[in-house]
Design a protein around this ligand. Structure first.
Ligand code: KMH
Ligand code: ZN
Length: 310
């Protein structure tokens, strides 16, 4: 799976899962998001996966205006591949979610392959105080919220982004999502090589057990053969174990504070770059090399960093 022994590290620097009270190191402002992305790229990430937040209170913000300032800085200071979320946050409508990718036409955008429960509320138990009033209802509300990605939603994102030459980080949180990808591939709406980001350990999706990782790969191998590039992300404390498992099996790896705030047991990561460096150590320890941005572009058939609209 790792093409010529090159492993693509994606770093997801802030996301919409964690809230500011959980870690003082979570990037919030455009400056913090740009610095985090550039630091991650310097540490070895070929791709940065980006969300935006309202700088006043850290709330997920999917307006193109919130993305523009850090996209421009990242482009000036790094040649890494920029991947813009279309997941946004589970509280947002699909039209709002797709707007930044439609506006800026990045090389990669995320594409979530199924509707699901997305339980964030257990994290409330660890949080003594909330810095901002939106945090508690946001986390608590995940008990009854669906992260909605219907067939029509997926078609809408594909139709909006595909004409821009944007390709997809196809987020699969369960085995059924691989079959949904297969359905869209049969209809010719997604083209190989598929960049499958399999997600382990979200409450509502597949678990983080080695059997789960093996079953995900086995099923993707059967459905897509040589037509896909496999990447994994482990949520929370499973992050590095899942990365190590998948890298040993020839997979690519995603890390970053979107997926885990930790660098060790009970130890908050101070930067995204720290997690990238740790993933890099694992990859190189296994005898592989990390892919450069241009190697990632070749492996994933991307259009090139000069063909984006920011
Ligand atoms: N937060 C990850 C588990 C997206 O941005 O489209 C999934 C994600 C979704 O990255
Ligand atoms: Zn994301």
């Amino acid at each position: 799976m790792a093409v010529n022994g090159k492993v693509i590290i994606t770093c997801a620097v802030t996301g919409a899962i964690h809230t500011p009270s959980m870690s003082p190191y979570l990037p919030i402002t455009p400056e913090e998001i740009a610095d985090a992305a550039i630091g991650a790229a310097e540490a070895g990430a070929a791709i940065v996966h980006l969300h935006a937040r309202n700088p006043a209170d850290g709330r997920p913000d999917q307006s193109p205006e919130a993305f523009r300032p850090f996209l421009q800085v990242i482009k000036q200071r790094s040649d890494c591949v920029v991947n813009i979320t279309t997941g946004g946050a589970p509280t947002m409508a699909i039209e709002e979610r797709v707007r930044p990718a439609a506006t800026f036409k990045p090389e990669v955008a995320s594409l979530n392959m199924g509707s699901m429960n997305f339980g964030l509320y257990p994290m409330l138990a660890r949080q003594k105080e909330s810095k901002y009033d939106w945090e508690q209802p946001y986390l608590e509300g995940s008990r009854e919220r669906i992260f909605k990605n219907t067939f029509a939603d997926i078609e809408y994102i594909l139709a909006t982004c595909a004409e821009n030459g944007t390709r997809f980080e196809i987020e699969c949180y369960d085995i059924g999502h691989l079959y949904t990808l297969s359905h869209f591939a049969e209809r010719g709406l997604v083209k190989p090589p598929f960049f499958v980001q399999s997600v382990f350990g979200i409450l509502g999706g597949i678990g983080p057990h080695p059997e789960d990782v093996a079953h995900m790969k086995r099923t993707a191998d059967r459905l897509f053969g040589a037509d896909y590039r496999w990447s994994v992300l482990g949520a929370g404390r499973n992050q590095m174990a899942i990365a190590a498992m998948a890298a040993a099996m020839g997979g690519n790896v995603r890390v970053g504070l979107e997926d885990s705030l930790w660098i060790g047991k009970g130890q908050l990561a101070k930067t995204n770059a720290e997690q990238v460096a740790k993933a890099r150590q694992i990859i190189e320890g296994l005898g592989f090399e990390v892919a450069t941005p241009d190697e990632a572009r070749a492996i994933l058939s991307l259009k090139g960093g000069d063909k984006v609209d920011f």
